[in-house]
Design a protein around this ligand. Structure first.
Ligand code: NOJ
Ligand code: CA
Length: 553
């Protein structure tokens, strides 16, 4: 086993990519490990308690050492920050809180020099109400920009045009006194929806993509990609029946008419064509990857979104039977041209380590980097960070404020990165915008680097192994029959075969080994294979083995 051969404290991942991004391997993203950075919470450089782009620049060495191939950066454009950057007031600028366009260009070239690509968040569905387009649009019913947003007359009783609900609570329609009409907002009332049926809007948004691609970005993550168009007839969404006391009010209807409309797909196809004007760019998408929908977003016969984000490993019930079924179902539903992806966390999802405990988070990492498909994880997952408790007076997320009582707040996963044992975990010299949370003096990058068995080292080792093993990067996925609580599969390429065994059980489990099996990694980073023909898996332990092709496990 090749775990941590160097003494802790030495340069900690010598094998990682450290070349420039010069090859135009159009499908680089298939082999990629993508790391999501939430810029407000990565590194503060100017002592305002909020992370920024110069802060990210100062941590590029860390990204290189992790061994990742690409960064997906959550929005950095000018924004009133009602939804922390997802309410954009100018699609082609940089918010001063994050820095300047020069800072952005510097980050991009620093990353590219080190062989790391950059994917930006693109928010097509809505703008901020302080975007110049909306200010103009709300001036009057006759304004040339009026039709850039979704305006409708009041219902006969003067109320909203229909029953659609905002995802962040209340009606999705906001009355505008000045012009006597309502505008539609799928999210906050300060996030009016753009009218994607208007070709001028589409053209303007296409030009936004071109602007960033000309600057050199390598792709986009399409925010809320399935929400962009609504039913033109404004038909009411059907209300749900039964006891809804446990269901958050925004989910009290089936979003038949306000979500996932077929027209969305045409507009996504147009975006795809714009992105294809520039070689080697990738499209990720925040969409519903349920069995009914995943195919539509991948494109039934030709690519639409390259990587519709798949959070099944995070959301699945954590038992061997459920995970085995989930893997099978996902791989089988993908159209022939599609490339799978697996994502372990995001700024919108409760942390993996909180849901699974550290041993489970290690097992999830093992699956993430050994399953066939692009691997995506969120800053801090590699440290095993738990959900950070947020005292009521520090709640920032509008979702929590507007729909209280359902634990919908996302501040807990947006708490700052932990770099060292200094004050505020090295994130900032001043009080951060969100609390750092408990245990940061032990659970930080520097401390975990010193511990050769830490989850951080597991991430580094798995990423390194994946990079070195063509079978893990591109090999076929071959399921094996589950053995009780042990999920098993193989990855096979040419004459190389790798087996993965993952024990979801709380008991020890003896598994048979084929002859000449070699241990590549265990989630505990602490042992080689015993001699003999079997291996005693410990509770929640996962292992990666090199075996001979055709050998049974
Ligand atoms: C999805 C983003 O990931 C989330 O953070 C945001 O609140 C909504 N889109 C609305 O923009
Ligand atoms: Ca700052």
């Amino acid at each position: 086993m090749r775990v941590c051969e160097e003494a802790p404290g030495s340069r900690f991942n010598p094998d990682c990519a450290d070349g420039s991004v010069s090859d135009h391997d159009a499908s680089w993203w298939k082999k990629a490990v993508i790391y999501q950075i939430y810029p407000r919470s990565f590194q503060d450089s100017n002592e305002d308690g909020i992370g920024d782009i110069p802060g990210i620049c100062s941590r590029v060495d860390y990204l290189v050492k992790l061994g990742i191939d690409a960064v997906w950066l959550a929005p950095i454009c000018p924004s009133p920050m009602d939804d922390f950057g997802y309410d954009i007031a100018d699609f082609t600028g940089v918010d001063p809180v994050f820095g300047t366009m020069e800072d952005f260009d510097r980050l991009l070239s620093l990353l590219h020099e080190r062989g790391i690509r950059l994917i930006l968040d693109f928010v097509p569905n809505h703008t901020s109400d302080r975007h110049a387009w909306f200010r103009e649009s709300r001036r009057s019913k006759n304004d040339l920009r009026r039709d850039w947003y979704v305006w409708r007359s009041p219902a006969k009783d003067g109320g909203p045009p229909n029953n659609w609900l905002s995802r962040f609570g209340g009606s999705a329609w906001e009355y505008d006194e000045g012009s006597g009409e309502y505008y539609y907002h799928a999210f906050l009332k300060s996030q009016p929806d753009l009218n994607w049926r208007n070709p001028e809007v589409r053209k303007a948004m296409h030009d936004v993509l071109r602007f960033w691609m000309r600057r050199g970005v390598d792709g986009f993550r399409l925010d809320a990609a399935a929400v962009t168009v609504e039913d033109d007839l404004l038909r009411d969404d059907p209300p749900l029946d039964g006891d809804l006391s446990e269901v958050p009010p925004p989910e009290h209807q089936q979003r038949i008419y306000s979500d996932n409309r077929p027209e969305t797909l045409e507009f996504l196809d147009e975006l795809r064509q714009v992105v294809a004007e520039f070689p080697g760019r990738v499209l990720l998408g925040e969409v519903d990857t349920s069995p009914e929908n995943a195919c539509r977003f991948y494109g039934e016969t030709k690519p639409r979104i390259d990587l519709p984000l798949n959070y099944r490993l995070l959301d699945v019930e954590w038992t061997a039977a459920e995970v085995e079924a989930e893997l099978d179902q996902y791989y089988n539903l993908l159209p022939a041209h599609a490339w799978p992806n697996w994502a372990l966390g995001s700024h919108d999802k409760r942390r993996i380590a909180e849901r699974r405990s550290e041993a489970g988070a290690r097992l999830a990492a093992l699956l993430l980097f050994t399953l066939r498909g692009t691997a995506i994880f969120y800053q801090g997952d590699e440290l095993g960070i738990l959900q950070v408790p947020i005292p009521p007076e520090r709640v920032s997320d509008p979702f929590e404020k507007l729909v209280p009582g359902f634990q919908l707040g996302r501040d807990g996963e947006r708490a700052p990165m932990r770099w060292d044992a200094a004050r505020n975990a090295g994130f900032s010299r001043v009080e951060p915008w969100l609390p750092i949370g408990p245990n940061s003096e032990r659970q930080n990058v520097e401390a975990l680097k010193r511990n050769p068995h830490s989850i951080l080292w597991l991430y580094i080792e798995l990423i390194r192994l994946r990079r070195q093993e063509p079978a893990l990067l591109m090999g076929e996925y071959e399921p094996l029959r589950r053995d009780g609580e042990v999920v098993k599969f193989k990855r096979v390429r040419n004459d190389t075969c790798i087996a993965v065994l993952a024990n979801f059980g709380s008991d020890f489990k003896e598994v048979k080994l084929p002859p000449h099996a070699r241990m590549l990694v265990t989630t505990y980073l602490d042992r080689n294979l015993p001699s003999g023909t079997s291996l005693q898996l410990r509770p929640y332990e996962g292992v990666v083995l090199s075996i001979s092709e055709g050998a049974y496990v």
